[in-house]
Design a binder for this molecule. Structure first.
Ligand SMILES: Nc1ncnc2c1ncn2[C@@H]1O[C@H](COP(=O)(O)OP(=O)(O)O)[C@@H](O)[C@H]1O
Ligand SMILES: [Mg+2]
Length: 239
């Protein structure tokens, strides 16, 4: 197995200045993800799942620990990498999918979805053709492809968001409850796309509102339930 991410002794807390105390989001987390592996993160509300994903994406700096990412340029510790290197990796090797689309005024759905391909050097017509294919896969009506997602329904925005987030195969994909408010068709399309990306070698770490959706993809479960943090083979896991 080709390693993609080695996480060692990762801890993160928040200082609540107005209360004069600290919250530990998670403490001393260690696990490894290899190419084509899918790790399910689980734990109760507030267990630190979103905070862990944001720390891996380097939206937050950890208090302690190492996040060794095996990039195309060699290993890099995301806990200590320069912001400019993190920004580059986010464009090229590390994706993050949430429920929410960052819609921008007067940018069409197809242009939003095509953008990661354009940044990757794909010619504009080819990128738009692939974008329309992805919108179709997720069940966005053709009438909406040239429209602005700022006015779309929540579910439609989420489909545009997924089409964009998953259009470019990445080395590492972080997923934070991407299926909330999706219809059955779009959920099935998401699982099919994740299976394709997994087969192509993408390493994935995700939190899912309905873990049963992705059951056949899971290689390992990391449980962030406090004082009970463990990693185990999926065969023992009660989803
Ligand atoms: N930016 C923040 N500032 C202060 N506390 C935070 C912040 N983000 C999350 N927390 C706290 O950290 C804990 C973990 O939150 P979160 O990672 O969102 O949990 P989960 O995604 O597992 O439900 C919670 O107690 C939450 O209130
Ligand atoms: Mg969360």
């Amino acid at each position: 197995m080709t390693p993609v991410l080695d996480i060692e002794g990762l801890s993160k807390g928040f200082t609540l200045h107005h209360l004069g105390n600290r919250i530990e989001a998670f403490d001393d987390i260690s696990f490894t993800v290899g190419a084509g592996e899918f790790v399910l993160l689980k734990g109760a509300n507030g267990a630190g799942k979103s905070t862990l994903l944001r720390t891996l994406y380097r939206s937050y700096l950890p208090r302690a620990g190492v996040i060794r990412f095996h990039s195309d340029h060699g290993p890099i510790d995301l806990a200590r990498a320069a912001d400019i290197d993190v920004a580059h990796l986010r464009r090229t090797e590390i994706g993050f999918v949430t429920q929410f689309l960052q819609a921008r005024p007067r940018v069409s759905a197809e242009a939003i979805v095509a953008e990661p391909l354009r940044l990757h050097g794909v010619a504009v017509e080819e990128a738009l053709a692939q974008a329309r294919e992805a919108l179709k896969t997720f069940g966005v009506k053709p009438d909406l492809w040239k429209a602005y997602p700022t006015t779309f329904s929540g579910g439609e925005q989420q489909k545009v968001n997924l089409a964009r987030a998953l259009i470019l195969p990445q080395k590492l994909l972080l997923l934070d409850e991407p299926t909330a408010s999706l219809d059955a068709h779009a959920r099935a399309a998401l699982v099919a796309r994740l299976a394709e990306l997994k087969a192509a070698g993408t390493a994935m770490i995700g939190v899912f509102h309905h873990p049963g959706d992705v059951e056949q993809l899971i290689d390992r479960v990391v449980d962030l339930t406090p004082d009970f943090i463990k990693s185990e083979d999926r065969t023992d896991v009660d989803l």
